[in-house]
Design a protein around this ligand. Sequence first.
Ligand code: ZN
Ligand code: ZN
Length: 593
Amino acid sequence: MRNSVAAAIVFGLFTAAQPATAKTDTDAAPPATPQPQSSTADANFETFKQTFVEAMFQQAPDWGLEVGQYGGAAQLAIPDPSSDRAFAQKWLDQLARHPQAKLSPANVIDRALIENFLRRTIWEAETFRRFEWDASIWNVGEGISLLLTRNYAPLDARLMAVSARLAKVPEYYAVARRSLRRPTLEHTQLAIRQSQGVLDLLGPSIDEALAASTLPEARQAELRERATRARQAVTDWVAYLDSRIPQLKRDGRSFRIGPALYAKKFAFEIQTDMTPVQLYREAQTEKERLTTRMDELTTELWPKYFPDTKPPAARAERIGKLIDKLSENHVAAADFVPEVKREIPLLEQWVRDHDLVTLDPDKPLQVRETPIYKRGVAGASIDAPGPFDPAATTWYNVDPLDGKSPEEQESTLREYNHWMLQILNIHEAVPGHYVQLIYANKSPSLIKSLLTNGAMIEGWAVYSERMMLESGWGNNEPEMWLIYSKWALRVVCNTILDYSVHNLGMTEQQAMKLLREDAFQQEAEAREKWHRVQVSQVQLTSYYSGFAAIRALREEVKKREGSAFELKRFNEHFLSYGNAPVKYIRSAMLSAE
Ligand code: ZN
Ligand code: ZN
């Protein structure tokens, strides 16, 4: 559904370089299958890439853990900007020995991704310097949590790795305290909240694992003792952050990063030729277009749903009222997951019948209730095999509603009503994320699966929603288009919100007005979004920027090919380049045609 920043725990500069989005983004991944070599330059570059990736996992062991490389399991890396900077400079120098002109198109893209990543790492270390103002990057939880929950080795071996990490936790937070210069209030509050989760992890979760362990008593005692000291370090860290709150309320750094940093982060993260202000203006035009369309649909539908009442005079009010009415059409709580299971084959059949994109019958999607330890983050998400385990099952996780109060259930069901649930399934599964990931796995580049472009991935999912509706999914019912437009408006307003808050000083009140009144969001959703835009930057624009770029590329190709244009061929050609920024796919596609 959406990604919670609170849940996207970031360890340091390296993981921060990845899009802070759902599992989808990090787990999308092909193996390092050797490609047929066309030249010595390409062969040399393949070797370079292998060595580079190995070095990267040594520099950032937690990144390795995330994607299934466990060589650094026992190492707790302490964020060190000068070491990251030296690392990046060294590899940039090596990269210069592989000039782009001699490489295949696929390697040209890989090269650009590596260069972007290295330049970004230097920028983060020298200029952005998040470790000085974002207290929430200082968090030992995620790595330890992965070691406890992933079954990559016997429990005792994993616990030994946990123990080695725990021993370094006090030093980790001592460095954190020295590094944090002028933090923002908002990230400090986030860090305090997330540290509660770390304390749970270092307490009950470790106790539980130890109860199942067969390690010698001495080892267990050592681990317990290290866990106690680690908990104390986290507790002290929280107390320290707490003590700074009154001062931060007066003169903490602003969470708004401002136009200069924003433009740079946007360039590194989105990797588009558009400037932030161009995208912002486009989003505003699209917002007005969507709202006008929603009003037309409302006028058309009004007599059917409110035969005896006149529509309110204010546009936003009548649209909002009708959406409210349509939201009553939803499944019962117990039928939520079964309904998702029922819809997937229907979507697949539709995609085949309408020649939208070829589906791989050998890679069935499995719908399941989200495993308990992952619930409550995204609502729905795709768990795709990692780059080092491409044969594993792809899961579509859906949070069941049974743990929620009746009020929460009703609210979720109204949000994911009859029409919205279909759009969600299109976005997450068919032909959205799940289909894109299968294509990405067939584009054998480890680099593209590690240095993924979130804008392309989210953009494809958003693009696929519109494509399905345009092909007639939902019978062109005005209800479907209206609810879809509400969803699309959310995507567009994410961009407007992110830009306005970080560049134009948009206030909380203005933000709430945008989300509640202009985008028809519930109070809780709008609050959560306001929280998210305070602690993240640029990521909220990735959905719309990717979508806009893919649409523009499709129109461009359509124009070039005229009557010879085929949607299916365009889609498959586009997807064949894997998780790359749309601008690189564009130049590869246009030169190949
Ligand atoms: Zn209801
Ligand atoms: Zn998505």
